[in-house]
Design a protein around this ligand. Structure first.
Ligand SMILES: NC(=O)c1ccc[n+]([C@@H]2O[C@H](COP(=O)([O-])OP(=O)(O)OC[C@H]3O[C@@H](n4cnc5c(N)ncnc54)[C@H](OP(=O)(O)O)[C@@H]3O)[C@@H](O)[C@H]2O)c1
Length: 336
């Protein structure tokens, strides 16, 4: 099981997974859409052991032959690539979000079957778990919970819909052909970035620290107060490796460490880094967007996670060092 392919290698979460795999001596194949794009993928080449043990393959999720080339000879595949929402809303969710997620997952699993891959870890999301209008508010959600596709469609939650349908597709396909898969459903993932460009979930924390929408100075602009479930990207990478390595891992796994209301989360960050401009006005608590998760299944498998303060501290320090929080950073974020 020592040769593994990770899809979407240059992304925020995949980069940490690859760093961990390389540090454990795995030979890693990584799929990227543009191996020559140093801004997106240059950081991978600087990882410890990358020179000897990391091989990048150019492919898109909709390119079956490209995926086959990357999976050939691999014992396992960790399928992470999927479109994630940016700050510019998508105007064609079917082409930009749903097709790459659902058909892409199908292509990945088809190629895994063709190359007799022994184990596949599929990255799903807490958004494939949490959007069910019939779920009683305040009750913890576990792996038996699924987001309701009709609710996602009606509310134009295209990302959540893409993750829900892609995970469902993965389970239907794996059961039909007998492929060994596990899926993982992480909540909002924070932590230091290895890559250069800011990703969606890191942007969430940056937007609080920088008060990007001027919510601290304009009383009419309110920050939505929802129960925010989070996990550290380094703990998530540990969880993914645990699922890959443990023979007894099976089914779905929620991966979430802490849940707190946005206003409490902002207050915590502010208590640690008081010199930034934080939002002051919050909406009434929004119950539809709030969810409490239960990660007992993953904890029982041996997973553990770090204190929230460490995640906040390491993230903000990383953004400061990367220049994301200075004026130059603002331009970067708007481009994203
Ligand atoms: N961050 C979170 O809070 C969070 C929480 C739960 C689940 N997830 C899941 O974790 C995964 C990674 O997310 P992330 O936060 O690390 O975001 P990210 O940094 O934006 O990574 C997304 C990756 O997917 C790749 N990708 C997107 N569309 C693709 C396509 N059509 N073909 C090939 N590659 C494609 C991107 O490649 P390019 O660089 O070429 O664009 C990028 O490498 C996603 O599946 C996401 O749904 C994330």
């Amino acid at each position: 099981m020592d040769r593994v392919c990770v899809t979407g290698a240059g992304g925020f979460i995949a980069s940490w997974v690859i760093k961990l795999l390389l540090s454990k001596g795995y030979i890693v194949h990584g799929t990227v859409r543009d191996p020559c794009n140093e801004e997106k993928n240059g950081h991978l080449k600087k990882l410890e052991n990358a020179k000897e043990k990391l091989h990048l393959f150019k492919t898109d999720l909709l390119n079956y032959e490209g995926l086959c080339a990357a999976f050939a000879g691999c014992d396992g595949v960790i399928h992470i690539a999927s479109p994630v929402p940016g700050i510019v809303p998508s105007d064609d969710p079917q082409t930009e979000m749903l097709d790459p997620a659902i058909l892409g997952t199908r292509n990945v699993l088809d190629a895994c079957l063709e190359f007799k891959v022994k184990k596949v870890v599929v990255m799903s999301s807490a958004t494939a778990v949490m959007f069910n209008p019939n779920w009683p508010s305040g009750l913890e959600m576990d792996e038996s919970c699924w987001s309701d596709p009709e609710f996602c469609k009606a509310n134009e939650k295209w990302y959540s819909l893409s993750k829900t349908l892609a995970e469902r597709e993965a389970w239907e396909y794996a059961k039909k052909v007998g492929l060994n898969i596990v899926t993982i459903c992480p909540s909002a993932t924070l932590g230091p970035m290895l890559q250069q460009n800011i990703n969606g979930s890191s942007f969430l924390l940056v937007s609080y620290v920088k008060d990007l929408e001027g919510r601290s100075s304009d009383e009419t602009k309110k920050t939505e107060d929802v129960e925010r479930a989070v996990v550290d990207v380094r703990d998530l990478a540990d969880a993914i490796l645990l699922l890959y390595e443990k023979q007894e891992s099976e089914g779905r796994y929620i991966c979430s460490s802490y849940s707190l209301m946005t206003r409490d989360f902002v207050a915590k960050v502010q208590s640690m880094f008081p010199h930034y401009d934080y939002p002051k006005n919050f909406t009434e608590p929004n119950k539809t967007e709030s969810a409490l998760f239960n990660s007992k299944k993953l904890l029982n498998l041996g997973w553990n996670y770090r204190p929230l303060e460490e995640t906040i501290s390491d993230s903000i320090t990383n953004y400061e060092e990367a220049g994301v929080l200075d004026t130059k950073g603002i331009e970067l974020e708007i481009k994203f």
